[in-house]
Ligand binder design. Structure first.
Ligand SMILES: Cc1ncc(COP(=O)(O)O)c(C=O)c1O
Length: 501
């Protein structure tokens, strides 16, 4: 006899009715082979006495089992497990809350799938309590205008005529945001675009992905810097593209290298972070910008301009993007509000010739039917009201101070170990090693001192990237106390490593 009294645990405080709990647990017993096909269930009176519940509750559970097809009733004989169910080998009943056991994580899938090795090392997790993180250069979410967003979002949803945005909408994104962004980009970045050229994405990353899929689908070549934004490289490989790496110096990617490649073979695209090269932070010089545009026209390739941190330039006015001088329809301009507002606000944009935007919208539709229209409308209003611009100015001032503090302390305390240039903009410093140290070792030791160095660096375990000579240390997301503490921890780490070597 099955020990129903100990196996079945009913929780009277649960919001699931008792009869459903009983039914579900009997189903588990059937699925685990404890109750095989054609076996008889105890009578309802016995079950109600044993489990100390009302008989009507047991009857309701048994009725439910019949309705779901797990059992069948034989008149005058009782209730039996459906004889047509397959016989399964008896196995333990899975651990459930009711038995007090921890839920088991299913570690391995019971089916084959393609493991994409080039996508390894993309994990992001929250740091442990007390750990300070040098990230890749991301904004400080603590200063994000979240109250303002919440207020405007509430205003938007309160208006009954905005309820239509709860339904499916345009795959291009909210029209008002496309219009607001068009004016904003034309005013601030010298673009000459229209809402028809704008596709709203879930951040720059999606813009890069859509562009890569459309440009490289047939195994095309994309030219990238020998140091490059690693996630973009992963996207290009994922999209079937071939990476052609060219030199990067203090003026950005070397466009003569692009020309040399074009003379001998066809390329589909050049990916460029023109404002501040990722990871080294240098700005693409004016003559190289003009050269690259000329080449794109002559050799008919696309320039994927990822302008991820346009708003953060400290030394002088930001330099206008390549897209502002594109007369041949060769530039796909990608940006986002994720860096101005906060990474979790997944709203970005792609600005491109209309035929390309149309195609990208069709591709986007098959992976993500649409974005978040209410959030998009909220942001449209905040751009129109100048709220986003005000926040961006405020953040610029804060990050400028943080950059200055970070760089002066890094120079004062750690110049023996590190070499760097003060970045003109962006949210990270590109730091190179002076001595014969290993970044992996530094990372490992730093962790012991409560410092996580998480920026793009020479990770010897990266499946596709050769180790880079430097790493990015993000300063924008740390306040001044945290910067001081982080650099003190780094100093301690380096002194320890110095003694070892
Ligand atoms: C160069 C570069 N491009 C694109 C992205 C992706 O940004 P988003 O959060 O807008 O998708 C990042 C993120 O750090 C980045 O550094």
């Amino acid at each position: 006899m099955i020990p129903y009294k100990t196996i079945i645990r009913l929780d009277k405080k649960s919001c699931t009715p008792i009869y459903i709990q009983l039914c579900n647990q009997l189903v588990q017993l059937i699925k685990c082979g404890v109750l095989p096909p054609s076996s008889k269930l105890p009578g309802t009176r016995w079950m109600s006495d044993t489990l100390r519940i009302h008989r009507k509750t047991v009857i309701a559970a048994y009725d439910e089992l019949v309705t779901q097809g797990w059992t069948e009733v034989s008149p005058a004989r009782g209730t039996f497990v459906n004889s047509l169910l397959p016989i399964v080998e008896q196995r333990p009943i899975p651990g459930e809350k009711r038995t007090g056991e921890a839920l088991r994580i299913q570690q391995a899938s019971g089916f084959p799938f393609v493991h994409r090795r080039h996508l390894d090392n993309t994990d992001a997790s929250f740091p442990e309590e007390g750990m300070i993180v040098f990230d890749d250069g991301i904004p400080d979410s603590r200063i994000a205008p979240i109250e303002e967003i919440a207020r405007e979002y509430r205003n938007v949803v309160r208006k009954s005529y905005n309820r239509k945005h709860l339904s499916y909408g345009s795959v291009y994104g909210n029209r008002e945001l496309r219009e607001a962004l068009t004016d904003y980009l034309n005013d601030t970045r010298g673009l000459h675009t229209t809402p028809e050229n704008v596709l709203i994405t879930r951040g720059s990353q999606m813009g890069i992905y859509l562009s890569a899929r459309l440009l490289l689908g047939q195994g095309g070549t994309v030219v990238v810097g020998e140091t490059n934004y690693r996630s973009a490289n992963k996207v290009f490989i994922e999209s079937g593209g071939k990476l052609e790496r060219i030199r990067v110096d203090e003026c950005g990617i070397v466009t003569d290298d692009v020309e040399q490649i074009c003379r001998s073979r066809k390329i589909s695209a050049v990916y460029v972070t023109s404002h501040h090269h990722h990871p080294t932070t240098v700005t693409l010089s004016a003559n190289r910008r003009m050269h690259l545009l000329e080449l794109s026209k002559k050799y008919h390739f696309a320039i994927v301009e990822d302008d991820y941190d346009y708003d953060f330039h400290y030394s002088n006015a930001p330099i206008l993007p390549l897209a502002s001088s594109d007369s041949g329809g060769n530039v796909i301009y990608i940006g986002a509000l994720c860096k101005i507002v906060a990474p979790a606000i997944r709203v970005g944009y792609m600005v491109a010739p209309r035929d390309f935007t149309d195609e990208a919208s069709r591709l986007r539709r098959v992976i993500d039917r649409q974005g978040d229209p209410l959030l998009e409308l909220t942001l449209a209003h905040m751009i129109r009201d100048g709220e986003i611009q005000r926040h961006s100015k405020k953040a610029l001032k804060i990050y400028h101070e943080r950059r200055n503090l970070f760089c002066s302390l890094l120079r004062q305390k750690l110049h023996r170990y590190f070499d760097f240039q003060v970045p003109e903009g962006g949210m990270a410093v590109w730091v190179r090693l002076r001595g014969n140290y290993s970044w992996n070792k530094i990372k490992e030791e730093a962790l012991k001192n409560g410092l996580q160095i998480g920026g793009s660096c020479g990770d010897e375990n990266d499946p596709i990237e050769p180790p880079y000579p430097g790493t990015r240390m993000g300063f924008a997301s740390l306040n001044t106390d945290e910067i001081r503490e982080a650099l003190a921890r780094l100093e301690k780490t380096m002194e320890h490593i110095g003694k070892l070597s």
